[in-house]
Write a protein that binds this ligand. Structure first.
Ligand code: ZN
Length: 165
C-alpha cells in the first residue's frame, strides 16, 4: 500500500467561508485509532460545518461515526464498538483561555491541520475507558448476576449445615 499524503485543511479559511466538509475517511489512515481496532477496513463517516460564531470564534461543529473492533474488557472476546461522536471545536492559535467552555480547543500550529489528525483525536476522546459487550450479549456474563451468585453461596453452605444437624 502506497501511503498517501494527509488531507491538509485550513480551518480558519474554511470557517471564514462557512464551508462544510462531509465524507468518509479510511480508518487505516488514522494513526492512533487504527492501533485500537483489530479491523481497520472500516470507514469513518464525518460531517463538519466550519463557521464563525457570534463572538468571532472560528468553530467546527459536526459529528462522526465509526465502528471499531475491540476486545471486550469483561470476556476478552472481540466485539464491534460503534462510536458516534459530536464535534464542537473552537479553533485557537496560541491562547486557549478565552475560548468559551462549550468548545473543546483545537490548537493550531501554523494554519493547517490534517483532517486525519482531527478525526483521530475525536475518536480517541469518544472511546470508553473499558469497552464491554452490552449486558446479555457478553459471553462473560452479567456482573450483576455474578454478584448474586457469590452472595448466594454462604447461605447454601448454611443450608447444608442445618441439614446435617
Ligand atoms: Zn464481553
Amino acid at each position: 500500500m502506497v501511503p498517501s499524503e494527509p488531507h491538509l485543511i485550513n480551518p480558519i479559511q474554511l470557517a471564514e467561508r462557512r464551508e462544510k466538509l462531509k465524507g468518509v475517511m479510511a480508518l487505516s489512515r488514522l494513526e492512533r485509532a487504527r492501533g485500537i481496532s483489530q479491523d481497520v477496513t472500516n470507514q469513518v463517516n464525518f460531517d463538519l460545518q466550519f463557521s464563525r460564531d457570534d463572538q468571532g470564534f472560528n468553530v467546527i461543529r459536526g459529528e462522526f461515526s465509526v465502528s471499531l473492533k475491540v476486545l471486550c474488557q469483561r470476556c476478552m472476546q472481540l466485539m464491534e464498538l460503534p462510536l458516534h461522536g459530536k464535534i464542537c471545536l473552537g479553533i485557537v492559535q496560541g491562547e486557549t483561555r478565552h475560548l468559551p467552555e462549550c468548545y473543546e480547543p483545537l490548537v493550531l500550529c501554523g494554519n493547517e491541520i490534517s483532517l486525519e489528525s482531527l478525526l483521530d483525536e475525536e475518536i480517541l476522546l469518544a472511546l470508553p475507558i473499558a469497552p464491554v459487550h452490552a449486558g446479555s450479549q457478553c459471553p462473560g456474563g452479567n456482573p450483576a448476576e455474578t454478584y448474586r451468585d457469590t452472595r448466594a453461596s454462604p447461605f447454601a453452605v448454611l443450608k447444608n449445615l442445618k441439614h446435617d444437624m
